[in-house]
Write a protein that binds this ligand. Structure first.
Ligand code: AP5
Ligand code: MG
Length: 215
């Protein structure tokens, strides 16, 4: 199953991707997590990406296209994959199509999580993250033990781009550069829009019901 999880910052892409990994046993490819790991490790890529990420700007397309091409050709993607946070621009989507044509793994479905801005801001301002990519929320989705990730036991933290200014910019960037991909995909593949404001487990049940048609 080859899936794109689509939606604005805070829509729940990462949260649902983790549940899909557990349920279907296919990998999550989160470009945000890959970039943050590079920032943490101080790689050349991480150093170049950090300034964009901290401000909530998109990292240049060519960088992302390179990352995604390498990742999609790894062995664990043979059974399928869940793209989380990629593509975010038309050039990224065009490049993805070319890469997937080459490896003969077309997208089955784009799942578009819809959540209003005021809910997104509330979610992002209360979010805590783990370096393994798991995400929590101080009130709606706290970890079982204070400040400790349920999945890997590491200490959780607030993301540097979860400040009020960066969040507003991320929402503006999403509307200008990423939202147009909804019409792009409506014309090319199956795009299903889901109500992302429901409880995390209810959204997951809705996603499973859609994916059952493709399994
Ligand atoms: P990225 O890491 O992808 O961030 P994002 O798109 O801004 O999305 P988020 O991770 O903020 O939200 P999410 O949808 O994953 O929500 P989550 O599940 O955590 O990108 C970061 C940066 O990297 C970008 O700004 C850019 O600079 C760069 N970048 C990455 N990819 C790029 C690309 N392709 N091109 C260019 N640059 C790129 O949930 C949010 C919160 O809500 C959590 O607290 C969670 O517990 C809670 N929550 C989730 N679901 C629910 C629910 N149903 N009910 C209640 N609470 C919920
Ligand atoms: Mg995320």
């Amino acid at each position: 199953m080859n899936i794109i999880l689509f939606g604005p910052p805070g829509a729940g892409k990462g949260t649902q991707a983790k549940k899909l990994v557990d349920f279907y046993g296919i990998p999550q490819i989160s470009t945000g997590d890959i970039l943050r790991a590079n920032v943490r490790e101080g790689t050349e890529l991480g150093l170049a990406a950090k300034a964009y990420m901290d401000k909530g700007e998109l990292v240049p397309d060519q960088v992302l296209i390179g990352i995604i091409k390498n990742r999609l050709t790894e062995a664990d993607c043979k059974k399928g994959f869940i793209l989380d946070g990629y593509p975010r621009t038309v050039p990224q989507a065009d490049a993805l199509e070319a890469i997937l044509d080459e490896i003969d793994k077309p997208i089955d479905v784009v799942l578009n999580l819809e959540v209003p801005d005021e809910v997104l801001v509330e979610r992002i301002s209360g979010r805590l993250m783990c370096k393994c990519g798991a995400s929590y929320h101080v009130t709606s989705n706290p970890p079982k033990k204070d400040n400790i990730c349920d999945s890997c036991g590491s200490e959780i933290f607030q993301r540097v781009d979860d400040t009020a200014e960066a969040v507003q910019n991320r929402l503006d960037v999403y509307k200008k550069q990423t939202q147009p991909l909804i019409n792009y995909y409506k014309e090319k593949v199956i795009l299903v829009t889901l109500n992302g404001t429901k409880d995390i487990n209810v959204v997951f049940e809705d996603i499973k019901a859609i994916l059952a048609k493709f399994a």
